[in-house]
Design a protein around this ligand. Structure first.
Ligand code: MN
Length: 143
């Protein structure tokens, strides 16, 4: 059973929440996860800019100025904690919500993500039925 068989559960229904002109930056090295999260977000009307590693994500965050950044923690070359710290060093991104998305289940990793500058934490495997609503809570909190 592939990951695509359950995406339909999260894609039905009208889009709610704001349409964001500058969209969501998704920093995630796993192609299947990028596909799934992009599918769920686009189905609800969000534009998604994908980045397959941290350095590219840091560059795109500066160019795109996303409304929210989804940040995988397990990334090659530069892990998510280092990426979050680098994003926060950019004055233009000081108030951009950064949500860590990680398979690490240890509670200490949540504190590490918050200490690195993330606003919150979503655990993998994500729930396709609630994922976008969880993201929208961060968008609304940032308004
Ligand atoms: Mn990863």
């Amino acid at each position: 059973m592939g990951p695509w068989q359950y995406v339909h559960a999260g894609s039905a229904g009208p889009r709610k929440g704001p349409v964001v002109s500058d969209g969501i930056l998704l920093i995630e090295d796993n192609e299947q996860n990028r596909y799934l999260l992009t599918f769920l977000l686009e189905a609800r009307g969000y534009a998604v800019t994908p980045a397959a590693d941290g350095p590219l994500g840091i560059e795109l965050a500066d160019r795109v100025r996303p409304q929210l950044i989804l940040l995988d923690i397990q990334l090659p070359t530069l892990d998510g904690y280092a990426v979050a710290r680098a994003l926060r060093e950019n004055p233009a991104l000081q108030s951009t919500p950064i949500v860590a998305v990680t398979s690490y289940a240890m509670s200490g990793d949540r504190e590490k993500a918050l200490a690195a500058g993330c606003n919150g934490y979503i655990e993998k495997p994500i729930n396709p039925e609630t994922f976008v609503s969880e993201i929208e809570a961060y968008l609304e909190a940032a308004e």
